[in-house]
Design a protein around this ligand. Structure first.
Ligand code: NDP
Length: 483
């Protein structure tokens, strides 16, 4: 596959280039080879993107919601038809195995386009009677939205932000992470092929500085970030200057609580899905696995057996189920955490080693006997490192699960129905799972509480974050005034 895009940016319905921008080398994480070279957006490119988005938004917002929805649904269909090629590209961009990308990335992006494309025509205002007078509400777009993405789900993030934004009549300027800049360009291409007017969905490349300069432009009305908490703080603060709307999808250190009465095989599956999918580079991962003492030995034994079935290798091989880390830098960071875990006295059950070769592979790693204060239990690692912590009672598990500044996700495995719902109600997290982990269907809200974020993506809730309500007061009779 030719992984070099026609040009670095997609603006006003077409690819554009400005080679004066800083060089971005795209590296295939499985081999370390450079697979594309791009350039960061220059001020001239950003100006083009902002001007075209502002102009196109007015035209787009004047379309009926049904017409806008039709474009999104057509784009969803094109994405599904091209799922194979898009998945191969996503695998080159991120290093995630094709076995995952072929069922998760473009498909989840298409779900989002289809869902919001179908929903938007039924999003209406309300009529509020006030005797003879009345108020009606109009749900209006915000204007120009900036999306800034992390590197773990480039296609999905480009769609999860783009689909509700466009459905509501906004235009979007999306800046992917410079680590994975390829896939969002395809999303832009497809949306325009499906009939979106030029300028409605633009992609500009760049490092953090590009995102930072977009956020503070007076033409921007909303910023939606998927990234780490430190970046979130900066972006939130910068957006506050212009009192802009924000959605913050940030990091986590989520708990996964496994009770003695859980189905062992399902609990192990949940822990695997919540720690090792995408080589552990998932924001909602349940990396603090609290295991009740009675099931701990059986859990660790079965987990080690199942991890023996991991198949590492060329991520484009459909048989491979575990890919490299996204970058050398990310692997180094995760290795630092593994060393810290050993230094601080956790028991290394399995893994912990990098794999020889040019790619950025790291073995799936499990630590047991982890205590709440160890660095591997407090900090987001964003790699394939599971920490297993022991507990005895439900009350203790919930208290310790919530004892974190993050609040993205939480999960519980138990066969006790009422306990499962008690735990879900008690978790301080935006997304909770009972006897499963890490599902993210477009129909359900996704997002964090506490430091993990503000706002929700997906579901009807996302409409609230990409539109605003205007109230229109209508007086039917004469108007009295004091003088
Ligand atoms: P970063 O926070 O490093 O970067 C996120 C994006 O923000 C990148 O595009 C980055 O550009 C950009 N950026 C960095 N600094 C600024 C700035 N000052 N102003 C504007 N934009 C800026 O996150 P990662 O890409 O490393 O992704 C990993 C993080 O993302 C983890 O913490 C993870 O939990 C979180 N995440 C959250 C998800 C959620 O839905 N809650 C989902 C997926 C990931 P550049 O890369 O060029 O620096």
């Amino acid at each position: 596959m030719n992984t070099q895009p026609k040009a670095s940016h997609f603006i006003d319905g077409d690819y554009v280039e400005d080679t004066a921008g800083e060089l971005i080398e795209v590296i295939y994480p499985a081999t370390g080879a450079v697979i594309a070279t791009l350039h960061a957006a220059t001020p001239a490119i950003l100006e083009q993107a902002l001007a075209s988005a502002q102009r196109a938004q007015k035209e787009w917002a004047a379309w009926s919601p049904t017409e806008r929805g039709r474009v999104l649904r057509r784009a969803a269909q094109i994405m599904r038809e091209r799922n194979h090629d898009l998945s191969v590209l996503e695998t080159y961009d991120t290093g995630k195995p094709y076995q995952e990308t072929s069922v998760v990335d473009a498909t989840s992006g298409a779900d989002s386009l289809e869902y919001f494309g179908g929903l938007i025509a039924s999003v209406t205002g309300e009529h509020i009677p006030l005797g003879e007078d009345f108020v009606y509400t109009r749900r209006e777009p915000l204007g120009v939205c900036v999306g800034i993405g992390a590197w773990n789900y480039p296609t999905q993030i480009a769609c999860w932000k783009g689909a509700p934004a466009l459905a509501c009549g906004n235009a979007m300027i999306f800046k992917p992470s410079e680590t994975t800049p390829l896939c969002a360009l395809k999303v832009a291409e497809i949306l325009h092929e499906a009939g979106a007017p030029a300028g409605v969905y633009n992609v500009v490349q760049g490092y953090g500085a590009v995102g930072a300069s977009l956020i503070t432009d007076a033409r921007v009305d909303k910023v939606s970030l998927t990234g780490s908490v430190p970046t979130g703080r900066k972006v939130y603060a910068a957006a506050a200057d212009g009192v802009r709307h924000v959605t913050m999808e940030l990091g986590g250190k989520s708990p996964l609580v496994i009770f003695d009465d859980a189905d062992l095989e399902n609990a192990v599956s949940g822990a695997i899905l919540g720690n090792f999918y995408s080589s552990g580079q998932v924001c909602s991962n349940g990396t603090r696995v609290f295991v009740q003492k009675g099931i701990k030995d059986a859990f660790l034994k079965r987990l080690a057996e199942r991890l023996a079935d991991v198949k590492m290798g060329d991520p484009q091989d459909p048989e491979v189920n575990f890919g490299p880390m996204v970058s050398e830098r990310q692997r180094d960071i995760v290795e630092g955490f593994i060393a810290k875990g050993q230094e601080e006295g956790a028991t290394l059950v399995t893994g912990g080693q990098r794999v020889d070769g040019d790619g950025f592979f790291l073995q799936p790693t499990v630590f047991a006997d982890v205590t709440d204060d160890m660095t591997i239990a407090t900090d987001e690692i964003f790699g394939p490192v599971m920490s297993v912590l022991d507990f005895e009672t439900e009350e203790e598990a919930l208290r310790r699960a919530n004892d974190t500044a993050f609040g993205l996700a939480a999960g519980v495995f138990t066969s006790d129905l009422t306990r499962a719902h008690r735990m879900a109600a008690g978790f301080e997290a935006g997304t909770c799972y009972i006897n499963t982990y890490n599902d993210a269907p477009v129909e359900a809200p996704f997002g964090g509480s506490k430091l993990s974020g503000v706002g929700r993506e997906n579901s009807k809730a996302a409409i609230e974050h990409y539109s605003q309500i205007k109230g229109v007061y209508v007086r039917m009779g004469d108007l009295e005034a004091p003088f």
